[in-house]
Design a protein. Structure first.
Length: 277
């Protein structure tokens, strides 16, 4: 068995890809190149930071007219709207103005006085338009989708693990373990957990109260962060795990009340005690 591990900067983090198979280095390099290429494509489409991305074009234009968008962006927004509906808006891709105000996203000079909500997003025949002005940020779901796409870009005869800053998916995944950071000492202490599904993602406030946490409209600023705890969600896709970590972190009861196929989550308190749901 030959194993190759490579790391590149994408999606605002470092993406590590490990591929293994009874094959040559050349084949594994080609497989990892294919995975990185797909990740770069998704990043170029859905990055809020890039003023050249498709997402930026949507934010600049869709309040005035319908905008034709790629199948990838259409799919991610469709999934996001479905999750918004299931979670009563706790997962919300229209929170870009709040993130800009909190200096968690760059200010591209876009109008922050939006009046709409996620319910004002209209998708039809590969086009998007807003009934009321909104600004979209796909940072809470696109990274997970990119990980899924990277896995699917590699031949099934090759074992692969993709880790994009904690958004993780494995093939195969059974009897595999991951390390979860201790909330009170993230640089030195780790807690091992068995993979409960093929994908996992984590939201936490390791270093400050806003680290990696999406701010939904129905939460007040003083509700940001959860006192040094983290939540890791296991799901059938990394897209789902990525999105639901925010729900599990901010309102775990909401996730408990909803039925999401194949989803489990682990909450860590400041002492490192793990609670499974």
């Amino acid at each position: 068995m030959t194993t190759l591990t490579r790391c590149q900067p994408h999606l605002g983090t470092y993406v590590e890809i490990t591929v293994s198979a009874e094959t040559s280095d050349k084949v594994l390099i080609g497989a990892s190149n294919a995975a990185f290429s797909v990740i770069k494509k998704i990043d170029n489409l859905m990055s809020f930071h890039s003023e050249e991305s498709e997402l930026t074009m949507i934010n600049k234009t869709a309040s005035r007219q319908a905008v034709k968008i790629s199948s990838d962006t259409t799919f991610v927004i469709e999934q996001a709207l479905s999750l918004s509906k299931k979670t009563n808006g706790i997962f919300d891709i229209t929170i870009a103005p709040q993130l800009i105000t909190n200096k968690l996203l760059p200010d591209h000079g876009l109008d922050l006085s939006e009046t709409g909500t996620w319910e004002d997003i209209m998708l039809s025949n590969g086009q998007i338009q807003f009934k009321q002005p909104v600004l979209l940020d796909l940072g809470g779901i696109a990274k997970g989708y990119a990980v899924d796409c990277a896995i699917n870009a590699v031949d099934e005869t090759i074992d692969i693990t993709v880790n994009a800053g904690g958004d993780l998916r494995m093939r195969p995944w059974r009897d595999k373990y991951i390390s979860m950071r201790h909330p009170s000492s993230p640089q030195s202490l780790f807690i091992e957990a068995v993979m409960e599904n093929c994908a996992s993602a984590t939201s936490a406030s390791y270093y400050d109260s806003t680290d990696s946490i999406i701010i939904p409209r129905n939460f007040l600023p003083n509700q940001l962060g959860c006192n040094n705890k983290s939540v890791t969600v296991f799901a059938e896709t990394c897209l789902t795990a990525d999105a639901l970590t925010k729900v599990a972190y901010l309102n775990p009861d909401m996730l408990r009340r909803n039925t999401f196929s194949g989803v489990r989550f682990a909450s860590l308190d400041s002492d490192g005690a793990v609670t499974w749901d």
